[in-house]
Design a protein around this ligand. Structure first.
Ligand code: GAP
Length: 463
Protein backbone atom coordinates (compact mmCIF):
# COMPACT_ATOMS: atom_id res chain seq x y z
CA UNK A 1 0.00 0.00 0.00
CA UNK A 2 2.84 2.36 0.93
CA UNK A 3 4.55 1.70 -2.41
CA UNK A 4 1.37 2.52 -4.34
CA UNK A 5 0.81 5.69 -2.30
CA UNK A 6 4.40 6.68 -3.03
CA UNK A 7 3.88 6.20 -6.76
CA UNK A 8 0.74 8.33 -6.67
CA UNK A 9 2.58 11.05 -4.76
CA UNK A 10 5.48 10.92 -7.20
CA UNK A 11 3.12 11.29 -10.17
CA UNK A 12 1.26 14.19 -8.54
CA UNK A 13 4.55 15.87 -7.71
CA UNK A 14 5.97 15.43 -11.22
CA UNK A 15 2.69 16.61 -12.75
CA UNK A 16 2.96 19.84 -10.72
CA UNK A 17 6.72 20.30 -11.03
CA UNK A 18 6.75 19.87 -14.79
CA UNK A 19 3.56 21.72 -15.66
CA UNK A 20 1.15 18.88 -16.46
CA UNK A 21 -1.51 19.43 -13.79
CA UNK A 22 -2.01 22.26 -11.30
CA UNK A 23 -4.57 22.34 -8.49
CA UNK A 24 -7.15 24.97 -9.46
CA UNK A 25 -7.07 28.44 -7.86
CA UNK A 26 -3.93 27.67 -5.91
CA UNK A 27 -3.28 31.29 -4.97
CA UNK A 28 -6.63 31.21 -3.11
CA UNK A 29 -5.75 27.97 -1.33
CA UNK A 30 -7.09 25.65 -4.05
CA UNK A 31 -10.60 24.61 -5.08
CA UNK A 32 -11.60 21.10 -4.21
CA UNK A 33 -11.75 18.45 -6.98
CA UNK A 34 -10.95 20.93 -9.76
CA UNK A 35 -7.66 20.91 -11.66
CA UNK A 36 -6.00 22.94 -14.42
CA UNK A 37 -3.73 21.54 -17.11
CA UNK A 38 -0.40 23.32 -17.58
CA UNK A 39 1.59 23.70 -20.78
CA UNK A 40 2.51 19.99 -21.08
CA UNK A 41 -0.80 18.81 -19.64
CA UNK A 42 -2.79 20.58 -22.32
CA UNK A 43 -0.59 19.03 -25.03
CA UNK A 44 -1.04 15.57 -23.51
CA UNK A 45 -4.80 16.03 -23.18
CA UNK A 46 -5.03 17.30 -26.78
CA UNK A 47 -3.04 14.32 -28.05
CA UNK A 48 -5.36 11.96 -26.16
CA UNK A 49 -8.41 13.66 -27.66
CA UNK A 50 -6.92 13.54 -31.17
CA UNK A 51 -6.15 9.80 -30.79
CA UNK A 52 -9.70 9.11 -29.54
CA UNK A 53 -11.29 11.18 -32.32
CA UNK A 54 -9.16 9.48 -34.96
CA UNK A 55 -10.07 5.98 -33.75
CA UNK A 56 -13.72 6.83 -33.14
CA UNK A 57 -14.64 9.18 -36.02
CA UNK A 58 -11.90 9.58 -38.64
CA UNK A 59 -11.29 5.86 -39.19
CA UNK A 60 -14.98 4.91 -39.02
CA UNK A 61 -17.36 5.36 -41.91
CA UNK A 62 -20.31 4.73 -39.60
CA UNK A 63 -19.60 7.32 -36.88
CA UNK A 64 -19.96 11.11 -37.12
CA UNK A 65 -18.96 13.87 -34.72
CA UNK A 66 -20.99 16.42 -32.77
CA UNK A 67 -20.33 19.35 -30.47
CA UNK A 68 -23.48 20.11 -28.52
CA UNK A 69 -23.80 22.89 -25.94
CA UNK A 70 -23.14 22.36 -22.25
CA UNK A 71 -26.57 23.72 -21.36
CA UNK A 72 -29.68 21.85 -22.48
CA UNK A 73 -33.39 22.29 -21.80
CA UNK A 74 -33.88 21.38 -18.11
CA UNK A 75 -36.44 18.73 -19.09
CA UNK A 76 -33.53 16.78 -20.58
CA UNK A 77 -32.39 15.88 -17.07
CA UNK A 78 -35.86 14.87 -15.93
CA UNK A 79 -36.26 12.61 -18.95
CA UNK A 80 -32.82 11.07 -18.47
CA UNK A 81 -33.57 10.25 -14.83
CA UNK A 82 -30.80 12.48 -13.48
CA UNK A 83 -33.08 14.85 -11.54
CA UNK A 84 -34.71 11.93 -9.74
CA UNK A 85 -31.93 9.38 -9.53
CA UNK A 86 -28.43 10.69 -10.22
CA UNK A 87 -27.17 10.49 -6.67
CA UNK A 88 -24.43 9.01 -4.53
CA UNK A 89 -24.77 7.86 -0.89
CA UNK A 90 -23.19 10.43 1.43
CA UNK A 91 -22.38 10.12 5.14
CA UNK A 92 -20.44 12.39 7.47
CA UNK A 93 -17.77 11.47 9.95
CA UNK A 94 -19.10 12.75 13.27
CA UNK A 95 -15.59 13.45 14.51
CA UNK A 96 -13.92 15.40 11.68
CA UNK A 97 -17.02 16.20 9.56
CA UNK A 98 -15.45 14.68 6.42
CA UNK A 99 -18.01 13.84 3.76
CA UNK A 100 -17.68 10.23 2.66
CA UNK A 101 -19.08 8.06 -0.12
CA UNK A 102 -20.58 5.11 1.66
CA UNK A 103 -20.52 2.74 -1.36
CA UNK A 104 -16.75 3.38 -1.66
CA UNK A 105 -16.16 2.79 2.07
CA UNK A 106 -18.02 -0.52 1.77
CA UNK A 107 -16.16 -1.49 -1.43
CA UNK A 108 -12.85 -0.78 0.34
CA UNK A 109 -13.62 -3.50 2.91
CA UNK A 110 -14.78 -5.94 0.21
CA UNK A 111 -18.56 -5.47 0.54
CA UNK A 112 -20.36 -5.30 -2.80
CA UNK A 113 -22.10 -1.92 -2.95
CA UNK A 114 -22.76 0.76 -5.53
CA UNK A 115 -24.42 4.12 -6.07
CA UNK A 116 -27.47 2.51 -7.67
CA UNK A 117 -28.64 1.01 -4.34
CA UNK A 118 -31.53 2.68 -2.53
CA UNK A 119 -30.95 4.63 0.70
CA UNK A 120 -32.46 1.72 2.69
CA UNK A 121 -30.27 -0.90 0.99
CA UNK A 122 -27.06 1.05 1.50
CA UNK A 123 -27.86 1.96 5.13
CA UNK A 124 -28.53 -1.70 5.92
CA UNK A 125 -25.11 -2.69 4.59
CA UNK A 126 -23.52 0.34 6.29
CA UNK A 127 -25.03 -0.57 9.68
CA UNK A 128 -23.92 -4.19 9.34
CA UNK A 129 -20.32 -3.18 8.59
CA UNK A 130 -19.81 0.06 10.56
CA UNK A 131 -17.52 -1.64 13.06
CA UNK A 132 -15.09 -2.51 10.24
CA UNK A 133 -15.02 0.94 8.62
CA UNK A 134 -12.74 3.78 9.67
CA UNK A 135 -12.88 7.40 8.52
CA UNK A 136 -10.08 7.70 5.92
CA UNK A 137 -9.20 11.14 7.33
CA UNK A 138 -9.25 10.82 11.15
CA UNK A 139 -9.57 7.03 11.66
CA UNK A 140 -12.64 7.33 13.95
CA UNK A 141 -15.70 5.09 13.54
CA UNK A 142 -18.66 7.37 14.19
CA UNK A 143 -20.75 8.16 11.15
CA UNK A 144 -24.08 9.76 10.32
CA UNK A 145 -26.68 7.81 8.32
CA UNK A 146 -26.15 7.59 4.56
CA UNK A 147 -28.24 10.03 2.54
CA UNK A 148 -28.53 10.08 -1.24
CA UNK A 149 -27.05 13.30 -2.61
CA UNK A 150 -27.91 14.48 -6.15
CA UNK A 151 -24.83 15.13 -8.28
CA UNK A 152 -26.26 17.56 -10.84
CA UNK A 153 -24.73 21.04 -10.68
CA UNK A 154 -27.41 23.76 -10.80
CA UNK A 155 -27.23 27.22 -12.33
CA UNK A 156 -29.45 30.29 -12.77
CA UNK A 157 -28.90 30.48 -16.55
CA UNK A 158 -31.72 32.52 -18.08
CA UNK A 159 -33.55 32.71 -14.74
CA UNK A 160 -33.57 36.23 -13.27
CA UNK A 161 -35.68 35.55 -10.18
CA UNK A 162 -34.28 35.24 -6.65
CA UNK A 163 -35.74 31.76 -6.13
CA UNK A 164 -34.16 30.33 -9.29
CA UNK A 165 -33.19 27.19 -7.41
CA UNK A 166 -36.78 25.96 -7.74
CA UNK A 167 -36.42 26.04 -11.51
CA UNK A 168 -32.73 25.64 -12.31
CA UNK A 169 -30.83 25.00 -15.51
CA UNK A 170 -28.24 22.25 -15.11
CA UNK A 171 -24.65 22.05 -16.20
CA UNK A 172 -24.61 18.77 -18.08
CA UNK A 173 -23.75 15.75 -15.95
CA UNK A 174 -22.75 13.75 -19.04
CA UNK A 175 -22.19 14.72 -22.66
CA UNK A 176 -24.26 11.93 -24.23
CA UNK A 177 -27.59 13.66 -23.53
CA UNK A 178 -26.60 16.22 -26.19
CA UNK A 179 -26.17 13.30 -28.58
CA UNK A 180 -29.65 11.92 -27.85
CA UNK A 181 -31.22 15.38 -28.31
CA UNK A 182 -29.52 15.70 -31.71
CA UNK A 183 -30.25 12.15 -32.89
CA UNK A 184 -33.00 13.35 -35.27
CA UNK A 185 -30.92 16.28 -36.59
CA UNK A 186 -28.06 13.94 -37.42
CA UNK A 187 -30.32 11.37 -39.11
CA UNK A 188 -31.85 14.18 -41.19
CA UNK A 189 -28.54 15.75 -42.22
CA UNK A 190 -25.63 13.34 -42.08
CA UNK A 191 -26.74 10.61 -44.49
CA UNK A 192 -26.25 7.98 -41.80
CA UNK A 193 -28.01 4.62 -41.81
CA UNK A 194 -28.46 2.30 -38.87
CA UNK A 195 -26.19 1.05 -37.43
CA UNK A 196 -24.34 4.34 -36.91
CA UNK A 197 -22.74 6.30 -34.12
CA UNK A 198 -22.42 9.88 -32.91
CA UNK A 199 -19.30 10.90 -31.00
CA UNK A 200 -18.48 13.95 -28.96
CA UNK A 201 -15.87 15.32 -26.61
CA UNK A 202 -16.86 17.90 -24.03
CA UNK A 203 -17.02 19.10 -20.46
CA UNK A 204 -19.31 17.56 -17.85
CA UNK A 205 -19.96 18.59 -14.26
CA UNK A 206 -20.84 16.59 -11.18
CA UNK A 207 -21.05 17.51 -7.51
CA UNK A 208 -18.79 14.63 -6.52
CA UNK A 209 -18.85 14.05 -2.78
CA UNK A 210 -15.28 12.99 -2.24
CA UNK A 211 -12.35 14.86 -3.69
CA UNK A 212 -9.58 12.31 -3.47
CA UNK A 213 -7.49 10.55 -6.12
CA UNK A 214 -6.20 13.59 -8.01
CA UNK A 215 -7.63 13.89 -11.57
CA UNK A 216 -9.38 10.50 -11.33
CA UNK A 217 -12.56 12.03 -9.92
CA UNK A 218 -13.14 15.73 -10.40
CA UNK A 219 -16.19 17.99 -10.31
CA UNK A 220 -15.46 19.46 -13.73
CA UNK A 221 -14.11 17.00 -16.29
CA UNK A 222 -14.09 16.18 -19.95
CA UNK A 223 -15.78 13.13 -21.45
CA UNK A 224 -15.22 11.37 -24.77
CA UNK A 225 -18.50 9.59 -25.51
CA UNK A 226 -19.81 7.62 -28.45
CA UNK A 227 -23.43 6.51 -28.76
CA UNK A 228 -24.12 3.82 -31.37
CA UNK A 229 -27.67 3.41 -32.69
CA UNK A 230 -28.69 -0.12 -33.62
CA UNK A 231 -31.64 -2.24 -34.67
CA UNK A 232 -33.14 -3.83 -31.51
CA UNK A 233 -32.20 -7.34 -32.70
CA UNK A 234 -28.60 -6.35 -33.39
CA UNK A 235 -27.85 -4.56 -30.13
CA UNK A 236 -25.86 -7.32 -28.45
CA UNK A 237 -23.96 -8.30 -31.59
CA UNK A 238 -22.87 -4.67 -32.05
CA UNK A 239 -22.12 -4.45 -28.33
CA UNK A 240 -19.58 -7.27 -28.56
CA UNK A 241 -17.93 -5.54 -31.54
CA UNK A 242 -17.76 -2.28 -29.61
CA UNK A 243 -16.19 -4.01 -26.60
CA UNK A 244 -13.47 -5.47 -28.80
CA UNK A 245 -12.88 -2.13 -30.57
CA UNK A 246 -12.52 -0.30 -27.27
CA UNK A 247 -10.04 -2.82 -25.90
CA UNK A 248 -7.98 -2.58 -29.09
CA UNK A 249 -8.10 1.23 -28.86
CA UNK A 250 -6.20 1.15 -25.57
CA UNK A 251 -3.60 -1.24 -26.94
CA UNK A 252 -3.14 0.99 -30.00
CA UNK A 253 -2.85 3.98 -27.69
CA UNK A 254 0.16 2.24 -26.15
CA UNK A 255 -1.32 1.29 -22.75
CA UNK A 256 0.26 -1.85 -21.28
CA UNK A 257 -2.25 -4.69 -21.59
CA UNK A 258 -1.39 -6.09 -18.15
CA UNK A 259 -2.69 -2.82 -16.67
CA UNK A 260 -6.15 -3.25 -18.21
CA UNK A 261 -9.01 -5.55 -17.28
CA UNK A 262 -12.73 -5.95 -17.81
CA UNK A 263 -15.20 -5.54 -14.96
CA UNK A 264 -18.75 -6.82 -15.50
CA UNK A 265 -21.54 -4.94 -13.69
CA UNK A 266 -23.62 -7.31 -11.58
CA UNK A 267 -26.21 -4.75 -10.46
CA UNK A 268 -27.65 -3.37 -13.72
CA UNK A 269 -30.08 -0.45 -13.98
CA UNK A 270 -33.47 -1.77 -15.04
CA UNK A 271 -33.20 -0.81 -18.73
CA UNK A 272 -29.60 -1.95 -19.32
CA UNK A 273 -28.89 -5.16 -21.21
CA UNK A 274 -25.26 -5.47 -20.21
CA UNK A 275 -22.56 -3.24 -18.78
CA UNK A 276 -18.81 -3.63 -18.58
CA UNK A 277 -16.09 -1.23 -17.50
CA UNK A 278 -12.53 -1.24 -18.73
CA UNK A 279 -10.49 -0.84 -15.56
CA UNK A 280 -6.94 0.49 -15.38
CA UNK A 281 -4.39 -0.42 -12.75
CA UNK A 282 -3.99 3.04 -11.17
CA UNK A 283 -1.53 3.44 -8.25
CA UNK A 284 -4.57 2.96 -5.95
CA UNK A 285 -5.64 -0.27 -7.71
CA UNK A 286 -7.80 -1.33 -10.66
CA UNK A 287 -10.57 1.27 -11.11
CA UNK A 288 -12.97 2.28 -13.88
CA UNK A 289 -11.35 3.98 -16.83
CA UNK A 290 -14.21 3.62 -19.30
CA UNK A 291 -17.77 2.31 -19.40
CA UNK A 292 -19.08 0.24 -22.34
CA UNK A 293 -22.80 -0.21 -21.90
CA UNK A 294 -25.79 -1.65 -23.77
CA UNK A 295 -28.63 0.72 -22.88
CA UNK A 296 -31.63 -0.65 -24.83
CA UNK A 297 -34.00 2.03 -26.16
CA UNK A 298 -34.39 3.80 -22.82
CA UNK A 299 -32.68 7.07 -23.77
CA UNK A 300 -34.57 7.83 -26.98
CA UNK A 301 -37.88 6.53 -25.57
CA UNK A 302 -37.59 8.83 -22.56
CA UNK A 303 -36.78 11.88 -24.68
CA UNK A 304 -39.61 11.01 -27.06
CA UNK A 305 -41.99 10.81 -24.08
CA UNK A 306 -40.87 14.05 -22.43
CA UNK A 307 -40.57 16.09 -25.65
CA UNK A 308 -43.61 14.70 -27.45
CA UNK A 309 -41.44 14.22 -30.56
CA UNK A 310 -41.16 10.97 -32.50
CA UNK A 311 -37.62 9.66 -32.23
CA UNK A 312 -38.05 6.61 -34.41
CA UNK A 313 -35.93 5.35 -37.22
CA UNK A 314 -37.54 4.58 -40.57
CA UNK A 315 -35.73 1.92 -42.51
CA UNK A 316 -36.42 2.81 -46.14
CA UNK A 317 -35.26 -0.61 -47.37
CA UNK A 318 -37.62 -2.67 -45.16
CA UNK A 319 -40.26 -0.03 -44.29
CA UNK A 320 -39.69 -0.95 -40.66
CA UNK A 321 -40.07 1.74 -37.98
CA UNK A 322 -38.52 1.40 -34.55
CA UNK A 323 -36.84 3.27 -31.71
CA UNK A 324 -33.13 2.46 -32.03
CA UNK A 325 -31.29 0.71 -29.24
CA UNK A 326 -28.10 2.34 -28.03
CA UNK A 327 -24.72 1.02 -27.04
CA UNK A 328 -22.22 3.48 -25.67
CA UNK A 329 -18.58 3.92 -24.80
CA UNK A 330 -17.72 6.67 -22.36
CA UNK A 331 -14.37 7.71 -20.96
CA UNK A 332 -12.91 10.76 -19.24
CA UNK A 333 -9.94 12.67 -20.65
CA UNK A 334 -8.57 13.12 -17.10
CA UNK A 335 -8.88 9.42 -16.29
CA UNK A 336 -7.11 8.55 -19.53
CA UNK A 337 -4.44 11.09 -18.68
CA UNK A 338 -3.89 9.59 -15.23
CA UNK A 339 -3.65 6.11 -16.80
CA UNK A 340 -1.13 7.40 -19.37
CA UNK A 341 0.91 9.18 -16.66
CA UNK A 342 0.89 6.02 -14.51
CA UNK A 343 1.87 3.77 -17.43
CA UNK A 344 4.68 6.12 -18.48
CA UNK A 345 6.22 6.89 -15.06
CA UNK A 346 9.58 5.09 -14.88
CA UNK A 347 12.52 5.30 -12.50
CA UNK A 348 15.81 3.89 -13.75
CA UNK A 349 18.98 3.35 -11.80
CA UNK A 350 21.93 4.74 -13.72
CA UNK A 351 25.55 3.51 -13.59
CA UNK A 352 26.51 6.20 -11.09
CA UNK A 353 23.61 5.01 -8.86
CA UNK A 354 21.66 8.14 -9.67
CA UNK A 355 17.95 7.70 -10.43
CA UNK A 356 16.63 8.84 -13.81
CA UNK A 357 12.93 9.72 -13.87
CA UNK A 358 11.58 9.31 -17.37
CA UNK A 359 8.04 9.51 -18.70
CA UNK A 360 7.95 6.80 -21.37
CA UNK A 361 4.87 8.13 -23.12
CA UNK A 362 3.82 6.45 -26.35
CA UNK A 363 5.40 8.78 -28.90
CA UNK A 364 2.10 9.96 -30.37
CA UNK A 365 1.00 11.15 -26.92
CA UNK A 366 4.26 12.84 -25.88
CA UNK A 367 3.58 16.57 -25.30
CA UNK A 368 6.86 17.60 -26.95
CA UNK A 369 8.25 15.41 -29.71
CA UNK A 370 11.68 16.98 -30.22
CA UNK A 371 13.93 19.26 -28.16
CA UNK A 372 16.78 21.15 -29.81
CA UNK A 373 19.86 22.35 -27.89
CA UNK A 374 22.99 24.30 -28.77
CA UNK A 375 25.85 22.60 -26.92
CA UNK A 376 26.80 25.94 -25.37
CA UNK A 377 24.65 28.96 -24.80
CA UNK A 378 27.40 31.51 -25.30
CA UNK A 379 28.60 30.32 -28.74
CA UNK A 380 26.58 32.30 -31.19
CA UNK A 381 27.16 30.06 -34.20
CA UNK A 382 25.85 27.02 -32.25
CA UNK A 383 22.80 28.97 -31.06
CA UNK A 384 22.00 30.27 -34.54
CA UNK A 385 22.21 26.79 -36.09
CA UNK A 386 20.14 25.21 -33.30
CA UNK A 387 17.47 27.93 -33.69
CA UNK A 388 17.42 27.31 -37.45
CA UNK A 389 16.78 23.57 -36.90
CA UNK A 390 14.17 24.31 -34.22
CA UNK A 391 12.33 26.80 -36.46
CA UNK A 392 12.27 24.24 -39.25
CA UNK A 393 11.12 21.26 -37.14
CA UNK A 394 8.44 23.16 -35.27
CA UNK A 395 6.51 23.40 -38.55
CA UNK A 396 5.95 19.64 -38.22
CA UNK A 397 6.14 18.85 -34.51
CA UNK A 398 5.66 20.35 -31.08
CA UNK A 399 9.31 21.26 -30.40
CA UNK A 400 11.25 22.96 -27.67
CA UNK A 401 14.44 25.01 -27.80
CA UNK A 402 16.54 24.83 -24.65
CA UNK A 403 19.90 26.44 -23.89
CA UNK A 404 19.64 26.47 -20.08
CA UNK A 405 22.24 24.74 -17.93
CA UNK A 406 24.35 21.91 -19.30
CA UNK A 407 23.20 19.25 -21.75
CA UNK A 408 22.90 16.60 -18.99
CA UNK A 409 20.41 18.79 -17.11
CA UNK A 410 18.47 19.48 -20.28
CA UNK A 411 18.20 15.72 -20.95
CA UNK A 412 16.86 15.20 -17.43
CA UNK A 413 14.22 17.84 -17.91
CA UNK A 414 13.14 16.44 -21.28
CA UNK A 415 13.06 12.91 -19.79
CA UNK A 416 10.65 14.14 -17.12
CA UNK A 417 8.28 15.56 -19.72
CA UNK A 418 8.73 12.49 -21.92
CA UNK A 419 10.29 14.04 -25.04
CA UNK A 420 11.25 11.13 -27.34
CA UNK A 421 14.17 12.86 -29.13
CA UNK A 422 16.74 15.50 -28.16
CA UNK A 423 18.96 17.07 -30.81
CA UNK A 424 22.25 18.74 -29.91
CA UNK A 425 24.15 21.10 -32.19
CA UNK A 426 27.88 20.98 -31.35
CA UNK A 427 31.19 22.09 -32.87
CA UNK A 428 31.30 19.16 -35.31
CA UNK A 429 27.96 20.35 -36.71
CA UNK A 430 29.45 23.69 -37.65
CA UNK A 431 33.07 22.85 -38.34
CA UNK A 432 32.98 19.33 -39.73
CA UNK A 433 30.08 17.47 -41.19
CA UNK A 434 26.75 19.28 -40.74
CA UNK A 435 25.49 16.45 -38.49
CA UNK A 436 23.78 16.69 -35.09
CA UNK A 437 23.49 14.28 -32.16
CA UNK A 438 20.07 12.71 -31.74
CA UNK A 439 19.48 11.14 -28.34
CA UNK A 440 16.75 8.56 -27.80
CA UNK A 441 14.68 9.01 -24.59
CA UNK A 442 14.22 5.32 -23.85
CA UNK A 443 17.62 3.84 -24.72
CA UNK A 444 19.62 7.05 -24.08
CA UNK A 445 21.64 6.05 -27.13
CA UNK A 446 22.97 8.81 -29.35
CA UNK A 447 23.62 8.85 -33.06
CA UNK A 448 24.85 11.39 -35.54
CA UNK A 449 22.32 12.38 -38.20
CA UNK A 450 22.85 14.74 -41.15
CA UNK A 451 20.77 17.89 -40.78
CA UNK A 452 19.26 17.45 -44.25
CA UNK A 453 18.10 13.94 -43.22
CA UNK A 454 16.61 14.99 -39.88
CA UNK A 455 13.03 15.38 -41.11
CA UNK A 456 12.92 11.93 -42.71
CA UNK A 457 14.69 10.42 -39.72
CA UNK A 458 12.13 11.88 -37.28
CA UNK A 459 9.16 11.11 -39.49
CA UNK A 460 10.23 7.49 -39.50
CA UNK A 461 10.88 7.36 -35.74
CA UNK A 462 7.73 9.24 -34.73
CA UNK A 463 5.39 7.31 -37.02
N1 GAP B 1 -22.84 8.48 -20.29
C1 GAP B 1 -22.39 7.50 -19.38
C2 GAP B 1 -21.62 8.05 -18.28
O1 GAP B 1 -21.44 9.24 -18.13
P1 GAP B 1 -20.23 7.29 -16.19
O2 GAP B 1 -19.76 5.92 -15.80
O3 GAP B 1 -20.93 8.10 -15.16
O4 GAP B 1 -21.15 7.07 -17.46
C3 GAP B 1 -18.29 7.65 -17.87
O5 GAP B 1 -19.00 8.10 -16.75
C4 GAP B 1 -16.82 7.94 -17.74
O6 GAP B 1 -16.62 9.34 -17.47
C5 GAP B 1 -16.12 7.23 -16.59
O7 GAP B 1 -15.75 5.92 -16.96
C6 GAP B 1 -14.93 8.13 -16.36
O8 GAP B 1 -13.90 7.84 -17.28
C7 GAP B 1 -15.49 9.50 -16.63
N2 GAP B 1 -15.92 10.15 -15.38
C8 GAP B 1 -17.12 10.02 -14.76
N3 GAP B 1 -17.17 10.78 -13.66
C9 GAP B 1 -15.98 11.42 -13.57
C10 GAP B 1 -15.41 12.35 -12.66
N4 GAP B 1 -16.09 12.81 -11.62
N5 GAP B 1 -14.15 12.77 -12.87
C11 GAP B 1 -13.44 12.33 -13.95
N6 GAP B 1 -13.93 11.47 -14.86
C12 GAP B 1 -15.18 11.00 -14.67
Amino acid sequence: MKKEQDKMEKIISLAKRRGFVFPSSEIYGGYSAIYDYGSYGVELANNIKVAWWKATVQLREDIVGLDSAIFMHPKTWEASGHVGGFSDPLAECKNCNSRLRVDHLLEDIGVLADEKMSEEEINKLFDENKNKIKCPKCGKQEFSEAKKFNLLVKSNLGNFTSDWEKDPAYLRGETCQGIYLNYKNVVDTARVKIPFGIAQIGKAFRNEITARQFIFRTREFEQMEMQYFTHPDKEMEEYEKLRQARWQYYLDLGIKEENLKWHKHENLVFYAKEAYDIEYNYPFGFKELEGVHARGNYDLSQHAKFSGQKLEYSDTATNEKYVPHIIESSVGVGRTMLAVLTDAYTEEKLEDDDIRIVMKFPKKLAPVKVAVFPLMKNKENLVVKAKEIYNDLKQEYMCEFDDNGNVGKRYRRQDEIGTPYCITVDFDTIEKDNTVTVRDRDTMEQERVKIEELKNYLEDKLK
